[in-house]
Ligand binder design. Structure first.
Ligand code: HEM
Length: 564
């Protein structure tokens, strides 16, 4: 005790340079012995911050008690030690990441190799990280180091290896942003493969052919409301982005818990949805360094925009539980999950928290993505009148007598309608930056020339690869025929397309999404001639989207003229 006391006394009275130097050495040793272990920082961050605060306060007390310093001097001395320690720690981390890290040979921006803050900063600056990624690949080639342990890969052959059914990559630490106890998280954030496989089955039942059939009429009714609301505008300019959003969120409300958000009727954004939109950019930016999102989650104000939405979802869940009828076939997605819970089925969300998170996820995942797609579909109709004409002719061929004879069975068979939708999803995938995975302990061999080391975060830039001219001839052009009559000539079958993901995590709502897009698009094209409104050229709409994992698109003014 006395020895400790006297060494602390010596340390407390050592000159500043010696103190800072010794602390820096300690920081370096800490990195080389403990921090270098590649632990996911998100996982240990909160205990780590707690420990750091405890060590800091303990050091102040020790300097005051044993070093016989006044409290202010003890505090200043501790700040000096902390500064020295952190300088040593961060210099060691920087040198390691640049010169010794297993990804050191991959090219990329200097700052990106050092810190994830590079991506956070770039995302905050432009909200267009997907476009920046495209430019980085042009500059550095097919494999770019976009973070200390992240690489972006623009190579078709990597697609099945990273995402396909047989992949041994798993979800990266990005999916731990809402906490690492996956038994409390939504299906989307479930990183454990076995649990994911089980839980996915309950979701798949909610999107079976039988279930989809029961959703059809509700979607068609909302599409009719959309048509009626647009008719009321009498050919005046309409912000089509807003109506695409109203439609898609209301469809999700109607299918998730049989209670839409009332946006189609009111023509006003529901306040709980507005909260989501107000918060999404922040989440999109911070998601580039998932630990910062964990930290932000501890500050209630940062995600307060979500509070209202959380309340709405919780109320819907309670209501649905009250009215749930175990003997009847579920009529909405949430009831399918409740059925599994009620039957104590192993495929049910494992905890109450997981169920609550699933409810929120089904709305966000299903709405924002579909809204973006419908908005771009309307843009492409206006941009390409000849394609709009051709689509209308195909629709009228399949639905003789026009819109009064419309049935979903007739339009779902029109291949040109799907070609149009697919071409939209190719050029403007709603998740444009891509989906992160982590390589296994074996690493990942791609062709003969690329080897990605173990435990590396990997992603394929989704929009960039779907516009890569090596795989897509006339890549920037909107050519729906490449999915149909010109398929063989344009090599579409072999080209990379994964707007809905791939493999075990393929979008569960894919068929429902096609259904809601087909219904809205077919009704609108049969009812209206769609053009840019006077003064609108669509350029800002097409180029100024914000990437927030999914996409937020700017307003687009369109003119809908009723067809005779
Ligand atoms: C155009 C519309 C849509 C697009 C482009 C789209 C795209 C995607 C993508 C890329 C993923 C993979 C995400 C990842 O691995 O992190 C995904 C997953 C998912 N999507 Fe969609 N989605 C759409 C509509 C929907 C709809 C309407 C629903 C209905 C609720 C839905 C439910 C889901 C679910 C549950 C997952 C998680 C699947 C899993 O992890 O097993 N999506 N979606």
């Amino acid at each position: 005790m006395e020895r400790d006391g006297s060494s602390l006394h010596d340390a407390a009275h050592a000159d500043a340079l010696h103190t800072a130097g010794a602390a820096a050495l300690l920081g370096t040793l800490f990195h080389l012995s403990v921090a270098i272990r590649d632990e996911e920082f998100e996982r240990i961050m909160l205990p780590f911050i707690g420990l750091a605060c405890a060590v800091f306060s303990g050091t102040v007390c020790a300097f005051a008690a044993f070093g016989q310093l006044g409290i202010v001097q003890a505090l200043l001395k501790t700040v000096l030690v902390a500064t020295g320690f952190n300088t040593g720690l961060f210099l060691s981390i920087g040198a390691y990441r640049l010169f010794f890290h297993r990804l050191r040979k991959f090219p990329g921006p200097f700052a990106a190799k050092l810190t994830k803050f590079h991506a956070v900063y770039r995302a905050a600056k432009t909200l267009q990280l997907h476009r920046e990624r495209e430019a980085l690949h042009e500059q550095y080639g097919d494999v770019v180091r976009v973070g200390p342990r992240e690489v972006s890969i623009l190579r078709k052959s990597a697609l099945p290896l990273i995402y396909g059914p047989m992949t041994d990559c798993r979800k990266s630490s990005w999916y731990g942003q809402a906490g690492h106890d996956t038994s409390r998280a939504s299906l989307h954030m479930e990183r454990d493969r076995k649990s994911h496989r089980m839980r996915r089955r309950a979701w798949d039942r909610a999107f079976s052919t039988k279930a989809l059939l029961s959703y059809e009429a509700r979607i068609a009714t909302l599409a009719d409301t959309l048509v009626k609301q647009i008719q009321k505008t009498n050919g005046q300019p309409v912000n089509s982005t807003e109506w695409a959003m109203f439609y898609s969120f209301d469809v999700m409300g109607a299918l998730a818990f049989q209670d839409d958000f009332g946006q189609m009727k009111s023509g006003v954004e529901n306040s709980s949805i507005k909260g989501i939109h107000d918060t999404m950019s922040l989440i999109g930016v911070l998601g580039n360094a998932p630990w910062s999102l964990v930290l932000a989650g501890c500050l209630p104000e940062s995600t307060s925009g979500f509070a209202n939405f959380f309340k709405v979802c919780a109320a819907q869940l309670k209501e649905k539980e009250k009215t749930f009828k175990p003997d009847e076939m579920p009529q909405d997605i949430l009831s399918w999950l409740l059925k599994a819970t009620n039957e104590r089925d192993a495929t049910a969300p494992p905890t109450r928290k997981a169920l609550e998170d699933d409810v929120r996820f089904m709305i966000v995942a299903g709405s924002e993505t579909s809204a973006t797609s419908v908005a771009y579909e309307l843009y492409f109709l206006a941009k390409h009148p000849e394609i709009q004409e051709k689509l209308r002719a195909e629709l009228l061929k399949a639905v003789p007598g026009g819109v009064s004879n419309w049935t979903y069975d007739k339009v779902k068979e029109i291949s040109y309608l799907d070609d149009f939708i697919n071409e939209t999803l190719r050029l403007k995938p709603p998740v444009p930056l891509g989906i992160q995975r982590e390589t296994s302990e074996k690493g990942l061999r791609i062709d003969d020339d690329i080897y990605i080391p173990p435990r590396t975060t990997v992603m394929i830039p989704l929009q960039a690869i779907q516009k890569d001219p090596r795989y897509w001839p006339q890549a920037e052009e909107f050519i729906p025929e490449r999915w149909g009559e010109r398929k063989a000539e344009m090599g579409t079958d072999g080209a990379p397309f994964f707007a809905f993901g791939l493999g075990p995590h393929l979008c569960a709502g894919k068929h429902m999404a096609y259904m809601s897009m087909r219904i809205a698009l077919s009704k609108l094209v049969m009812e209206f001639d769609v053009k840019f409104a006077p003064g609108e050229d669509g350029i800002a709409f097409y180029t100024q989207e914000s990437e927030t994992f999914s996409t937020l698109v700017p307003p687009l003014q369109l003119k809908f003229t009723p067809l005779k």
